[in-house]
Design a binder for this molecule. Structure first.
Ligand code: VGL
Ligand code: ZN
Length: 215
């Protein structure tokens, strides 16, 4: 498969936000390293969409919302198992802002997700209840975009869930591995690649994509 960006391709930049960078509330190890890579990639794509984790205060994915619970433990919520996180990406806070180093002025849409207090959404397409769509699938389809390249944070959560759901929604998917970083808790990185491989998600590296001329 050629990974040359075409007019039917979109770059989806997942959750490159202050709280996921070193020093942030839910920092992804070496998450900052991908920022220049993502900027370089974005210059090769005419179509770019960003996502923003965007939680209400007291969100049910926060350990602090559940009495006596600690971050990185798991609870049962109405839709199934939920890993509990430190408070992060609270709506309107500095931690929720896109990383200041992101330089993608031509990005066309920012999808906010996880904004319902009782439902998390790792995926940019479908919330954790597995029923509530974010609208992104319809947006891409209406614009005639058929292949989704994905970069961002974190490989094993929001990138992986977005990739799997994009496949389920009928899109071709390419995860740009070196333009992502993982949290890797409780075997999550291996699990996420198993889930993506099962669905036929392709992998590529940045140098293969930026070798093509700029848009
Ligand atoms: C994420 C955990 C909680 C992510 C978001 O962006 O991968 N992970 N919220
Ligand atoms: Zn979150």
């Amino acid at each position: 498969m050629s990974v040359e960006p075409s007019d039917h391709d979109v770059l989806l930049v997942v959750d490159v936000q202050n709280d996921f960078l070193p020093g942030g509330a839910l920092s992804v190890p070496r998450g900052d390293e991908i920022v220049p890579t993502v900027n370089a990639l974005a210059r090769r794509f005419a179509h770019v969409v960003l996502t923003q984790d965007w939680h209400a205060p007291g969100h049910h994915s926060f350990a602090s919302t559940h009495h006596g619970r600690t971050p990185f433990s798991t609870v049962k919520l109405h839709y199934g198992d939920q890993i509990l996180w430190p408070d992060h990406c609270v709506q309107g806070t500095r931690g929720a802002e896109l990383a200041p180093g992101l330089d993608i002025p031509h990005a066309q849409l920012v999808v906010r997700k996880g904004y319902r207090e009782t439902i998390d959404s790792y995926s940019a397409f479908c919330e954790a209840d597995r029923q509530t769509p974010t609208g992104l699938g319809g947006y891409l389809r209406e614009r005639g975009l058929t292949r989704v390249f994905i970069a961002g944070l974190a490989t094993d959560f929001c990138v992986a869930w977005s990739a799997a759901d994009a496949r389920d929604a009928g899109f071709e998917v390419v995860v740009i591995e070196d333009a992502c970083r993982a949290i890797d808790t409780q075997g999550s990185l291996d699990d996420s690649w198993a889930r993506m491989n099962e669905r036929g998600v392709h992998r590529a590296t940045t140098h293969r994509i930026v070798a093509f001329r700029s848009r």
